[in-house]
Design a protein around this ligand. Structure first.
Ligand code: ADP
Ligand code: ZN
Length: 753
């Protein structure tokens, strides 16, 4: 930095809305050469010393020189972000209406350790001594030493001659020599001992050797896709791609082929996957292809592991980084491509304070760095698919066929309306039971899928399957039994509940989520002696059990796996021939406009678990709504019709992609206060934001009470999200100080529950 920059703009590391701007500090002449954007500093702030981040330098300040304070100290020798990353940080902060300080966090070494760790680099790291022989010194000294008395030293030297550099402990162990012998040699400079940073035992450490590379010849669809992407890799230019291809169509092979091109250009790649459970599979495929330059980076590693990995990536030890959403912030230099697998997955949404969508952050980063961004899915999100059609710098690449197997799926529905509830079980119907028995008799495996988001507060007609909906929002009413009223949890409209279906006049029933234990015990009664495994978040919260359950399920012979959303993703098991879907209606009825899309994606994904190899796959879906258009599209495996229909629905009520939504949730322990707050907020928003937006609410959130907290929300549909964001930021700055209630701002929510 030139000597003329006398001032630095600095963000203070405090999460508070009212100090959400940069402060000017004087650069003392002694620190001048150390100051740079992206560096961490210590500064005086309100009678304390705080950590700050330099976001700019300049030679003039509006603030009088006598009011300015000096930077105390620069921490670390390298900046943790550069001006391009800063551009991304600024964008995230503005777009998602969050303090810049909260966004910077994503870019720092993990675990908040930077305060200590960057000052004393060794904290949290493991070091190990390595010994090597200095041959020159040895040759000079060897004649002066009486090796007979020093036989222990001789052993060390012989060992090092053969082995080269070795860890000290290993050397001592293998030679049986003492530390004093080693120290003697080191003292004369004959051997040198150096400290090297050790990685902890990573769960995904490069194993080497392993299985051989597959020699795959890409088919014409794959070649076409790789060619299109490579075009932009060669041009070093920004472009978006959506690869749409069913499970097994060879998307991962396309990603790998693109990565090869990236490595040839001496650049790096980030590959994102929505779930931690999917990283090992992806890692092992990439590792087989690219060897030790591939690493995994995600939030379920221990803090120390993540910190080490972060440093490794920073120090350019890896070329391909595979991870979940936080990996988009990994300190990768010369990034050449960003790839997002399973683009449609709602797990790409960060659920904490800064509610970013990884897809949009990736796209923005791609734009800033001028590099291609590739997304892939069998069932693209409606928004992404629409953008791929509309936007000039977005290309849709179709891969319509499976790469290897020719197996096919047989989809059928069981119409729950026609089940005689007095004679037949509605949890597992006769048809599903029979099918399970048939497949088990053939020594095949069965997966039973249950929806996790069980939701009981709505009514459904047992005769025609219809669910009463709010006419304004086209979303199901929530039943409030205390007042016997139907309430729309979006706009707050209410309606009397008569107990009769408004469509056909028959009696309505309440639909309760079916518990996974109940399904398990029913199956255990019927199929004695057959392994019946269960995978849901209760069982799999322990780190390893997920893998153990899978192992049991995969072992040869018949078995049944019952599970929630987790079983839908990424399992690749040969012998599964039947997938039963128990309760998708409770999901379809959730008052969230995303639900059609989620159900389509989920059932398609879980169906893909059947018939992966040569065997035919069967899928049986139990539903009250076999005639609904989503169900029909699912049964016919017709994404295109689903997409067109869904797009038309959304257009009518201007849901995304025809608008952007912002969901503002106020929550707190005292409902009266929550209501009062949200009404004030609503009044303020309605006063400031008028044109081009429609404001819904305030209404109780669909999940109205969570963990003792009452939740109310306001939804804004906007045609100009950036302008809305600016205005909201101004309003929220005032409301942030709103007593004990919490305000969450969710821009482009993926759930509105
Ligand atoms: P996706 O990522 O779309 O689910 P994958 O890339 O995992 O598909 O491919 C499914 C399987 O088919 C993998 O075992 C993969 O190695 C194999 N495969 C993909 N493309 C080809 C090809 N062109 N020739 C032979 N096998 C292929
Ligand atoms: Zn409504």
């Amino acid at each position: 930095m030139g000597i003329k920059n006398k001032y630095a703009e600095i963000y203070i590391d405090i999460k508070a809305f009212d100090i959400d701007h940069a402060f000017d500090y004087r650069i003392p002449p002694g620190l001048c050469s150390d100051i740079d954007t992206g560096k961490i500093v210590l500064v005086p702030f309100q009678n304390r010393i705080e950590v700050g981040f330099i976001v700019g330098v300049k030679n003039k300040s509006e603030i009088g020189n006598n009011q300015l304070k000096d930077i105390i100290k620069v921490i670390g020798s390298r900046p943790v972000f550069n001006f391009k990353k800063l551009e991304l940080i600024r964008w995230i902060s503005k777009y998602y209406v969050q303090p810049l300080g909260s966004v910077i966090k994503f870019f720092l070494p993990p675990g908040g350790k930077y305060k200590k760790a960057i000052i004393h680099r060794r904290i949290g790291l493991k070091f190990k001594d390595y010994v090597s022989l200095n041959r020159d010194k040895y040759n000079l000294a060897k004649d002066d030493i009486n090796w007979k008395i020093n036989s222990s030293r001789k052993k060390i030297i012989d060992y090092l001659m053969l082995s080269g550099e070795v860890p000290k402990e290993k050397l001592i162990r293998d030679t049986g020599s003492g530390y004093s012998s080693l120290a003697g040699l080191a003292g004369r400079g004959i051997v040198s001992v150096v400290k090297k940073r050790q990685n902890r035992d990573f769960r995904y450490e490069y194993q080497g050797g392993g299985s051989l590379k597959k020699n795959i010849i890409l088919n014409s669809y794959q070649k076409n896709a790789v060619g299109a992407i490579d075009n932009y890799i060669q041009k070093e230019a920004y472009h978006k791609f959506l690869i749409q291809g069913v499970a097994g169509s060879g998307k991962t092979e396309i990603y790998m082929a693109a990565c090869k091109k990236i490595l040839e250009k001496k650049k790096k790649a980030i590959i994102l996957t929505p779930e931690i459970s999917l990283t090992p599979q992806l890692y092992s495929r990439f590792e087989r292809e690219f060897g030790p330059r591939v690493c995994v980076y995600h939030s379920n590693m221990s803090e120390a592991e993540r910190y080490e990995r972060w440093l490794d990536i920073w120090e350019n030890k890896f070329d391909i980084i595979i991870g979940t959403r936080s990996a988009i912030f990994a300190p990768v230099s010369s990034l050449g491509i960003i790839i997002l697998d399973e683009e449609h997955d709602p797990s790409y949404k960060e659920g904490t304070l800064v509610r970013y969508n990884t897809q949009d952050v990736a796209i923005k980063l791609g734009e800033i760095l001028d590099i291609p961004v590739v997304m892939g899915s069998a069932t693209p999100s409606v928004v992404t698919r629409y953008r791929a059609e509309k936007e000039k710098d977005f290309t849709l690449l179709n891969v319509p066929i499976k790469a290897r197997s020719t197996s096919f799926l047989e989809m059928e529905a069981v119409d729950l309306r026609r089940i005689n509830r007095l004679k037949e079980d509605t949890v597992i119907t006769g048809k599903l039971f029979t099918a399970i028995r048939e497949e088990l008799e053939k020594d095949n495996k069965v997966i039973i899928f249950l929806n996790r988001r069980g939701y009981s507060n709505f009514v459904i007609c047992s005769k025609c399957g219809s669910v009463p909906k709010c006419s304004a929002c086209d979303l199901s009413f929530n039943y409030h039994s205390d007042r016997r009223r139907l309430v729309c949890h979006h706009c707050g409209r209410e309606q009397n509940y008569t107990g009769k279906c408004p469509v056909c006049g028959a009696d309505s029933i309440f639909l309760y989520g079916t518990g996974i234990q109940r399904v398990q015990s029913k199956l255990q009664d019927r199929f004695k002696g057959i392994p019946i495994l269960r995978m849901d978040s209760d069982v799999t919260s322990k780190r390893k059990s997920h893998q153990e359950i899978l192992k049991k399920f995969i072992s040869p012979g018949k078995s049944i796996l019952i599970g929630t959303q987790m079983v839908a993703k990424g399992l690749d098991i040969g012998d599964v021939t039947l997938v039963g879907v128990i309760n998708c209606d409770s999901m379809l009825a959730l008052p969230d406009y995303h639900m059609n899309e989620r159900v389509y994606q989920l059932i398609t994904q879980v169906s893909g678990r059947a018939g992966r190899e040569k065997k035919k796959g069967r899928v049986i879906i139990q539903t009250y709504n076999p005639d609904s258009s989503v169900m029909k599209n699912i049964l016919e495996m017709d994404y295109e019709s689903f997409y067109r229909q869904e797009l038309a629905n959304r257009k009518e009520l201007s849901y995304p992609p025809f608008s952007n939504l912002v969901n503002i949730i106020v929550s707190g322990k005292k409902e009266e206060k929550v209501k009062k707050n949200i009404e004030q907020l609503f009044a303020e928003i309605s006063r400031v934001i008028k044109i081009g937006n429609s404001i819904l609410g305030p209404a109780p959130a669909p999940f109205h009470k969570v963990n003792l907290f009452y939740r109310w929300h306001i939804m804004i549909k906007s045609g100009d999200i950036e302008d809305l964001g600016k205005k909201l930021a101004v309003i929220l700055k005032r409301f942030k100080k709103f007593g004990e209630n919490k305000i969450i701002v969710d821009v482009d929510p993926v759930w509105i529950l």
